[in-house]
Design a protein around this ligand. Structure first.
Ligand SMILES: [Cu+2]
Length: 111
């Protein structure tokens, strides 16, 4: 819970000069699987995972880019992807649950 509050605080205190458009994406966790095993987003996108299972799951980066606490039913975890790249992740409690987020460079404004 404390981590989630910190994330909210970060969002509220985000850079004032950031582009007006805030992108977001959601990945659902259901039946021991990530609903979208691979999502592609632009840099600056907030990705939120929500656990619909009765079991606890985690969203854990294989490269330590992010690490959720154990998510109970209906709990969420969000991470803002600011750097382009490919981020693979898994559930530490069920290592066969894997997914990845592909972050593409932000579009230039004025195009
Ligand atoms: Cu799990």
């Amino acid at each position: 819970m404390r981590i989630r509050l910190a994330m909210v605080a970060l969002l509220l205190a985000g850079p004032v000069a950031a582009p007006a458009q805030m992108e977001s994406a959601q990945v659902e966790i259901r039946a021991h699987a990530f609903s979208a095993p691979s999502v592609t987003v632009k840099a600056g996108t907030t990705v939120t995972w929500i656990n619909h299972d009765d079991d606890t799951h985690t969203v854990t980066s294989t490269a330590n880019a992010f690490r959720s606490p154990g998510l109970d039913t209906d709990e969420t975890f969000s991470f803002i992807f600011t750097q382009p790249g490919t981020y693979e992740y898994y559930c530490t409690l069920h290592p066969l649950m894997t997914g990845k987020v592909v972050v593409t460079p932000p579009e230039r404004s004025g195009t």
